[in-house]
Design a protein around this ligand. Structure first.
Ligand code: BT5
Length: 309
């Protein structure tokens, strides 16, 4: 299944009508100023997206049930924030790969067959989780990109405040000390001010594989659905993204408030190098400041391990 919803999608308007109650094809057609065939096509599209819609004699179309999640359900928050298209796949290799193909879209998948973390690591993407990518036209310079990862973390963390989520440098969101979300920002092309794809994976009700049970968790116990989480994350993300780069200071302070990392003794791996010390700050440029036996290290990206819990 692949659904693409655009701003002017008649199916969106038809769905809004159906949600108010049964309505005849003719009534909708007149109201929207489209043909009855267009209404019928819109209804078929909605059915494909998982809506159960009956056509009853003398009553018209009746919305019997809505899917737990669909591109139509979350289109409003996307379009309100300047997104042009919402793509929803039941299965895809990686939403980040797909989102690189076009600027200004959001790509969502129910599962990924080749979900990726940083440096080619794997991201487990079983059904039940929220996997999506936002493709953004050029706006930030290369040197501002570490800030974008931290900003995305803040957006997710605030959306998961019901679970008392915390931030682990550089790109993890933790619940109960375990990873519930990972962020993967990738640039498209090589411009000084590049287009960027922001990938977000959140474990909602998807099972955690045995080998990750010690370090990963999901949100099952909180009973919150993907739609609600998606809307909150996307709303928060754009509210904060619009502040970049000028109001980064505000986001930096928020990151520090939500941080689980600052104050801890950590080991940071950056390619072949290994740093050890106390994580003391995030500086104005978005770097982690490490106090390594009195020597100050500034680190922009790497793998972070806590040496004490
Ligand atoms: C990340 O990488 O944390 C970034 C993950 C981004 C995933 C999203 S999903 C939508 C979009 N499309 C993609 O293809 N990717 C993005 P990293 O910091 O490298 O962490 C990867 C490590 O997290 C793995 O090596 C595992 O240890 C762990 N891990 C893998 N799957 C996980 C999961 N579902 N939940 C928690 N931890 C996981």
């Amino acid at each position: 299944m692949k659904i693409v919803v655009r701003r002017d999608d008649a199916a969106l308007a038809v769905l809004k009508s159906l949600k108010k109650g049964p309505v005849s094809g003719e009534e909708i057609a007149t109201k929207l100023g489209v043909s009855r065939t267009a209404v019928w096509k819109a209804v078929e599209k909605l059915k494909k997206a998982g809506y159960v819609i009956d056509a009853r004699k003398r009553v018209g179309y009746v919305l019997v049930s809505s899917p737990e999640f669909s591109a139509y359900e979350v289109a409003d928050v996307c379009f309100a924030n300047g997104i042009l298209e919402v793509h929803h796949y039941s299965s895809i290799d990686s939403t980040n790969e797909k989102a690189k193909e076009k600027q200004g879209i959001v790509v969502i998948a129910d599962r990924q067959t080749a979900g990726r973390g940083r440096r080619g690591r794997r991201w487990y993407s079983e059904e039940g989780g929220l996997y999506f990518s936002i493709s953004l036209p050029p706006h930030l310079n290369m040197e501002d990109l570490p800030k974008l990862t931290l900003t995305t973390g803040v957006a997710v963390c605030e959306a998961l405040s019901f679970a008392n989520a915390k931030l682990k440098w550089p790109n993890d969101v933790l619940v109960g000390g375990k990873k519930v979300c990972g962020v993967l920002c990738e640039v498209v092309g090589e411009a000084e001010s590049p287009a960027v794809v922001v990938g977000i994976g959140i474990n909602v009700t998807n099972p955690i594989p045995d080998e990750l049970k010690d370090i990963a968790t999901n949100l099952l116990e909180f009973g919150v659905g993907r739609k609600e989480i998606f809307e909150k994350v996307v709303g928060n993300f754009f509210r904060l993204y619009r502040k970049l780069p000028s109001d980064w200071e505000e986001i930096r302070q928020r990151w520090k408030e939500l941080s689980d990392t600052l104050g801890r003794i950590v080991e940071i791996r950056v390619a072949e190098r290994l740093y050890r010390g106390i994580a003391v700050d995030i500086d104005e440029s978005g770097a982690l400041i490490l106090d390594s036996n009195g020597k100050v290290e500034r680190i922009f990206s790497g793998e972070c391990f806590y040496l004490q819990r």
